[in-house]
Design a protein around this ligand. Structure first.
Ligand SMILES: [Zn+2]
Length: 516
């Protein structure tokens, strides 16, 4: 199997992308780069969910059409993708083009917008197939509804909040309407099995299994057209428009061309689908039910990440603690962003950001441990070897440590634990720093015996250069720029005349840290 397909959840495009979207992109890109390194023909899908009442309402409020609103937000998504230096494999403008103008064969990343006519056409074809499979039926739904949430709540949820939506401070309306339903309940046994085997981490799967203990519930998959007009029309029934599920979840297939005859079926099923914990339920229940009804295999893994808090609190506009990924990247560089959100955020749980923690990681781990390591090695190679990088013999006195790194890294990456993988690399960086102290090249350089001196220096610097190149290799999915800089510095015949400092120290937010 050389094909490898990764998907990211498509964010709702009623506002500029936030940090959650940046995390989806980042994790997707790291896994993409890792699989490409392993020689896989890997593809990553990204996109935007562009239909629904909220976009319709927001557009109306600003005197735009919904299409104009979502079109206008696209440059913001593009800016984020560019800033994160995703491995597109094609010009960014091509990634942003409509699906028909993208080139699946050459792009590493394919992008789908649910307002794309090709997506709409394919989603309608998917609906027809589901209908033919006998899993769609019409029924009347009665319940409490919040137009802000675009969702019904249960009687007990509505009562709990005194019949007022806590998120929108508006009373729930009692609605009765005709909806189409997807017969998810038919698949309860297969869904349980899927959740048991596919959800990473396991504890998230256990929470879901608890939810399914009385069986899966059928879900409403359409709305009356007079309540929701900005969406995909239900084929054969102009009175109904598709609700988010079929439309948005299908993106992972429509981006591959499904169900057109010539779809890229060799990329299905996805090896990994990356989702935030808030949307796991739909990806672990509704989505696999759709796939089972379509007779398609299920994704191998659902990788579930948590949320990012700021200084221990939920990020919110009203608190004013929203952190912009672009601000971090503009000030510290993209690799610093990529490092913090893998090394300092547990991959499967909620993480915390604060400028203090960020700067401490930047100045301590990136500037001191890694940047300073490279600077010292380069300075000594210039001093003791005139910058020459061809050492006699190919010694590596840190072979055991390299084995440990390799083992831990592989286990972590195979388990989708990006956090542990990057920590394994940093542990090895730590070993390299200790090795410098232990081998004390400045002492070796003072040895009287010239041949003994040279042999030992060759041994030490061969070890260090091998070590740095190993760091570059393993770091490349995570910090691609840094990996390249390490390679440029010590990967050739000699150290380049000029090498720039990687991760120069910066204290833009935490004044106190200067006195460490
Ligand atoms: Zn609401």
């Amino acid at each position: 199997m050389t094909k490898y397909y990764l998907t990211t959840a498509i964010p709702y495009a009623n506002a500029a992308p936030h940090i959650g979207t940046a995390i989806d992109y980042l994790y997707g890109d790291i896994l993409l780069r890792y699989q490409l390194l392993r020689g896989k023909q890997a593809k990553l899908s990204i996109g935007t969910d562009e239909h629904g009442t909220k976009i319709e309402q927001k557009a109306a409020a600003s005197g735009q059409t919904p299409q104009q609103l979502v079109d206008q937000l696209q440059p913001e998504f593009q800016r984020m993708r560019q800033a994160l230096e995703l491995n597109f494999g094609a010009p960014l403008s091509q990634i942003g083009a409509e699906l028909a103008k993208q080139d699946f064969a050459t792009q590493n990343i394919v992008n789908i917008r649910t307002s794309d006519p090709l997506h709409v056409k394919r989603v309608q074809a998917i609906w027809r197939r589901l209908d033919q499979a006998g899993v769609i039926y019409k029924s009347t739904y009665r319940g409490w509804y919040c137009a802000g949430c675009e969702a019904f709540v249960t009687e007990s949820e509505a009562r709990e909040h005194d019949f007022i939506c806590p998120d929108h401070s508006r009373p729930y309306e009692k609605l009765s309407e005709d909806n189409y339903y997807l017969a998810v309940s038919k698949f309860t046994d297969q869904l349980r099995e899927f959740i048991r085997t596919a959800v990473v981490p396991e504890f998230r799967g256990k929470e879901l299994l608890e939810l399914l203990k009385d069986g899966a519930q059928d879900v409403s998959i359409s709305r009356p057209a007079d309540k929701l007009s900005w969406g995909v029309a239900v084929p054969g029934d102009p009175s109904q428009v598709m609700y988010v599920w079929i439309d948005a979840l299908s993106n992972y297939l429509t981006v591959l061309g499904y169900p057109d005859e010539e779809w890229h079926d060799d990329y299905w099923p996805a090896q990994v689908e990356i989702v935030g914990k808030d949307i796991l339920r739909f990806h672990a229940i509704v989505w696999p039910a759709m796939l089972l009804a379509l007779g398609l295999p299920l994704p191998e893994k659902l990788m579930v990440h948590g949320f990012i808090n700021v200084d221990g609190s939920k990020m919110s506009k009203s608190i004013g603690n929203v952190v912009s990924p672009l601000e971090i990247i503009d000030n510290y560089g993209v690799d610093a962003f990529r490092y913090y959100f893998t090394a300092h955020v547990p991959t499967f749980e909620d993480g915390d950001f604060s400028w203090d923690k960020f700067e401490s990681a930047y100045n301590g781990e990136l500037a001191n441990d890694l940047g300073n390591l490279l600077a010292r090695v380069i300075a000594m190679i210039r001093k003791y070897f005139g910058g020459n990088l061809s050492f006699v013999g190919d010694d590596n006195e840190l072979k055991d440590q390299a084995e440990t790194l390799l083992g831990n890294y592989k286990v972590a990456m195979d388990g989708l634990n990006l956090h542990d993988a990057v920590l394994a690399i940093m542990e090895y960086v730590h070993e390299l720093n200790q090795y410098i102290e232990r081998s004390a090249p400045w002492q070796v350089a003072k040895l009287e015996d010239k041949s003994e001196r040279q042999a030992r220096l060759d041994q030490v610097f061969s070890t260090l250069v091998n070590g740095l190149l190993l760091v570059a290799k393993y770091l490349s999915p995570f910090l691609p720029d840094t990996a390249q800089q390490l390679h440029q510095a010590v990967g050739g015949d000699s150290v380049p005349e000029t090498t720039s400092i990687i991760f120069p120290k910066k204290y833009l937010h935490s004044e106190s840290a200067k006195h460490d």
